[in-house]
Every structure is written in structure tokens, then in C-alpha cells.
Design a protein around this ligand. Structure first.
Ligand SMILES: *[C@@H]1O[C@H](CO)[C@@H](O)[C@H](O)[C@H]1NC(C)=O
Ligand SMILES: *[C@@H]1O[C@H](CO)[C@@H](O)[C@H](O)[C@H]1NC(C)=O
Ligand SMILES: *[C@@H]1O[C@H](CO)[C@@H](O)[C@H](O)[C@H]1NC(C)=O
Length: 147
């Protein structure tokens, strides 16, 4: 389980990013960032788990009043973890659309790669085979990477 403080730090970092992102009218879409150090094999258990996370996360994030959801399917080393956060001023349907599109972009841009981060105008998505506490403790996920 994640320590509450670590979650709070991660969320604070993401909220800062959403706050500083340019407004939709002038935004240029950032390409997904691929965690090229982690790869999976086609049709593997990890891929099946990631597919399940991808299928569930848009609805789960949009159903949350905060526009925020995490999802985790499977067990290590095949565990797929993801986190999505929608901008506060978009509605549930736009939230779901954004998270689904972010996942689609990342899967296309990062084929057979276990982890990616995507910033879109309306949402942030990240997924990985490691749990997000590891991102923080291993300094693989630090606020300076976000800007
Ligand atoms: C993975 O599954 C797809 C669809 O069943 C198949 O076309 C493809 O050849 C498989 N790839 C590998 C590496 O097994
Ligand atoms: C999505 O939300 C439902 C309802 O809360 C939950 O049962 C399900 O496990 C969630 N899916 C994932 C992949 O976390
Ligand atoms: C959600 O917001 C978008 C953009 O503001 C709008 O076009 C759409 O009709 C809204 N959808 C719902 C279900 O309110």
C-alpha cells in the first residue's frame, strides 16, 4: 500500500503540472514519455493486465468526483498499475474521453514498453509495472521531471 504522504506528494506534483499547463486554446500536445527501460513481450500476461487497466481506468476516473483514479491488475512482476487525473473544470464524459485517448496515444507511441506518462490538456495519465510508491522512493518520479 502507498503511504498517504507519498500519495499526497505525488498528487501535489500532478496538480502543479495541471495548473501550469497552457490553456487548451494555445496548448501544444506533448508526446507521451516512454519508460524505455521496461519492456514486455507481445501477448504476455503483463500485456493482458495492461489491457484490463486501460479498459477500466477512463470510466473509473470519470466516475470519481475528483476526476482521479488508480487501477492495478495482476501480481508482480506482471502487475499493471495506472493513475489518471482529470482537470477539475471538465465534465465526466470529457474526462473519460481524455484518459482513453491518453492511453491510446501512449500504447501507440510506446509499443511493448511497460510504462509511460502522458500530459494532455484535460488529463494526466501514467502507467507502469511498478507501484507508484516505487517511483517516488527510487527517484524515478520526481517533480522536476514534470516540467
Ligand atoms: C499475439 O497475438 C496476436 C493475435 O492473436 C497474433 O497475431 C500475434 O502473432 C501474436 N504475437 C506473438 C509474438 O505471439
Ligand atoms: C474500477 O472501479 C470499480 C468500481 O469501483 C472497481 O470495482 C474496479 O476494480 C475498478 N477497476 C480497476 C481496474 O481498478
Ligand atoms: C462536457 O463538456 C463539453 C465541453 O464543454 C461539452 O461539449 C459536452 O456537451 C459536455 N457533456 C456533458 C455530458 O455535459
Amino acid at each position: 500500500m502507498l503511504a498517504t504522504g507519498s500519495y499526497a506528494a505525488l498528487l501535489a506534483a500532478i496538480v502543479v503540472v495541471l495548473a501550469v499547463l497552457p490553456s487548451p486554446a494555445v496548448a501544444t500536445q506533448l508526446p507521451p514519455s516512454c519508460d524505455v527501460g521496461s519492456r514486455y513481450v507481445a501477448n504476455s500476461t503483463f500485456q493482458a493486465n495492461l489491457n484490463l487497466v486501460e479498459a477500466a481506468l477512463p470510466a473509473n476516473a470519470s466516475a470519481s468526483p475528483a476526476g482521479f483514479a488508480t487501477a492495478s491488475v495482476g501480481a508482480a512482476p506482471d502487475q499493471a498499475n495506472a493513475l489518471a487525473l482529470c482537470r477539475g473544470d471538465i465534465n465526466a464524459s470529457d474526462c473519460a474521453t481524455c484518459v482513453a485517448a491518453a492511453f491510446r496515444d501512449a500504447r501507440q507511441a510506446c509499443p511493448l514498453i511497460k510504462g509511460a506518462t502522458v500530459y494532455r490538456d484535460a488529463c494526466v495519465l501514467l502507467y507502469a509495472s511498478t507501484q507508484f510508491l516505487d517511483f517516488i522512493t527510487d527517484d524515478q518520479w520526481i517533480p522536476s521531471e514534470l516540467v
